[in-house]
Design a binder for this molecule. Sequence first.
Ligand SMILES: *Cc1c(COP(=O)(O)O)cnc(C)c1O
Length: 402
Amino acid sequence: MDGENITYERVWAEIDLDAAVSNMESMRRNLAGGAGLIGVVKTDGYGHGAVPIAKAIDPYVAGYAVATVDEAENLIRHGIRKPILILGVTHPGRYRELVEYEIRPAVFTMEQARALSDTAVSMGKTVRIHLALDTGMSRIGMKPDEASADLAAAISRLPGILTEGMFTHFARADETDKTSACRQMELYLNFVKLLKDRGIEIPVKHISNSAGIIDLREAHLDMARAGISIYGIYPSDEVDKEKVPLKPVMSLKSHITFIKEIQPGTAVSYGGTFVADKPMRIATIPVGYGDGYPRNLSGKGRVLICGKSAPILGRVCMDQFMADVSGIPEAEEWTEVTLIGEDGGRQPVDRITVDEIARTGGGFTYEIICDIGKRVPRVYLRNGRVVGTKDYFEDLYQDFMS
Ligand SMILES: *Cc1c(COP(=O)(O)O)cnc(C)c1O
């Protein structure tokens, strides 16, 4: 990022919207003929910011999927007009909002369907639903059997209800062995047939997550739900990465706040888990687990400073940690630090990926990005220029004044 554009100094996440667009193009090239994409932007776009991500990928998707009504309404409030599906269960107390805003709920019981139908009819509207089918996650959804087919048919005939789609979710599509995923697909397709026997056609059939998009073209059906791959991260190391080249979207940056020399025998951070055995030059970096930077990187992780690796010394604290800059004499107070992403300091350019952080700390890639906290402002880039920012620095509470 261009120095003059920097409005944040302690820690900030740069979100490369061009990379997200490139990831969508990459997925689209691998899609089976006729299949479309649903952009999964739950958990505030996997920590990247749902609204800017949704706007950037809008030309590539038929609609969006989120986890909650509030996430759906936030997208709508910010001008997103394409259909939005809620992947989890919605409390009946919020059915009126679903109907009013034309948000698509996941439905799999007669109780849910009746209440939705009653709500829609009372409002003089139609609610479009997606049936949820449980083919192996044991999370939500109806079982793929004859009784459920009768239920699905009955649901689809209720007044005020239009069955727009039906989905299931893979539990193990990210593994090399696709036996389980193929079994889930078989159960799903067989259920589609049971519905057809009952005169019910499902317009939008969707079962694939990112792993399915990358590795299971036959599972793309009418649409595929792209999540982690939008953000440039592979669902696992076992998928065929060559087929869908992805670019990381998020970088995490900071500045050194303090540099000092320490003598042999000096302990660093809580618990004194690191003790210098020689004179060292160490930098304090004002980021910690309170920002979502994983504490399990304590004594194991690294950051990039002036294009070089600086190992983390001792425990990561809530708001700060220390790194060894003995081998980086050019590092000074306020020098930029890269915690995630590329450091353009030297050639060849070094990069810390979310995968590396997960491997080093024993964490999970999805969790690492989702957990980048509210204290970290997001800076959005398009063509290398800042096109928007998001922060919580004026995060206001109601009714707690004075
Ligand atoms: C989160 C989620 C996805 C996206 O999965 P990725 O692995 O991130 O692509 C798709 N479908 C459902 C039902 C989900 O819950």
